[in-house]
Design a protein around this ligand. Sequence first.
Ligand code: NAP
Length: 322
Amino acid sequence: MRVGIIGAGWIAEKAAITLNGMTDCEAYAIGSRSLEKAEAFARKWNMPKAYGSYAEVINDPAVDIIYVATPHSHHYDVTRHALLEGKPCLVEKAFMANYRQAKDIIDLAYERKVFIAEAIWTRYQPCVGIVRQLIAEGIIGTPRLITATLAYPMMKKERIFRPDLCGGALLDVGVYALNFVRMFTDAPVATLDGHCVKSDKGMDLTNTMTMVLEDGIVANLQSSAMCVGDNTGVIAGSEANIVIDNINNPQTITVYKRDRVLVDQISVPQQITGYEYQFSACRQALIDGLLEPREMPHQETLYVMQLMDDLRAKWGVRYPMD
Ligand SMILES: NC(=O)c1ccc[n+]([C@@H]2O[C@H](COP(=O)([O-])OP(=O)(O)OC[C@H]3O[C@@H](n4cnc5c(N)ncnc54)[C@H](OP(=O)(O)O)[C@@H]3O)[C@@H](O)[C@H]2O)c1
């Protein structure tokens, strides 16, 4: 699968490193607003094609899938363009600025019969299957409480602070905490609440999110762009709990009984970077003629976008595109 990367930024580099380590996917083209920047990126990561515009990547017939790696604020236009040209897309999280944009894009993809997926890498990782299996086997009894934190100090990232770039911790890292809950229970959210501290431009910098799910699970989540979080996730059941060491790229899954008695510890398989699973899933979905990946159906992308809209509405965090 030849990948055309759009936007030569931080995550684009991680994608190029990942694709260079894969045998069935290729970092084929990079598109930047600056040809000089694209050429430097292509040289650095040994890529065959460099373009000084996003449109040229979309129009390259050799590109099998567009990987959208611009800030969330700029996902919509480039993805829409790609879909209108019939190009499959893998779009970085947060998928879009808001639910309305996400629905619009997914409707267009269905209408044009073009594959589209959200690049929320955790959804595609082996940890999901391992933990789901542990829960299904009843090792923790009945799940009752989910806690998760994701926080990085991102004070130097301009897009975190700018409303026009869809700033804030929620869309950047909080999205992983919300997905952490959705990965392990299908129960709808019955009630949702939260609090945040905002920047002077009104972007949420540190937040807390609480949900009661229809199956009786309570989830308590935190995210921040201002501190070093423990980034741990815990699923606590009536008999035991499962601790996931890093909800952003799980390495170790540990089960404890009451009084922290160790029951089991599982390491995930060796990885390139952890991003390879999302590319492999897209490749397989394209081979199978699907319009969405099995690991992250469109309904899930939309569900999480709606939760983020609801939280932002409560907090008064608004973007120009709302
Ligand atoms: N999955 C993950 O683990 C992960 C990690 C980090 C970020 N992300 C996601 O990836 C996306 C990009 O994040 P990033 O950290 O890579 O951002 P970044 O380093 O700021 O890069 C974004 C790139 O987008 C392009 N761009 C287009 N319009 C822009 C504008 N008005 N302002 C700034 N850049 C613009 C630029 O590329 P050109 O100059 O080349 O056109 C820029 O280099 C976000 O949606 C973010 O949530 C995901």
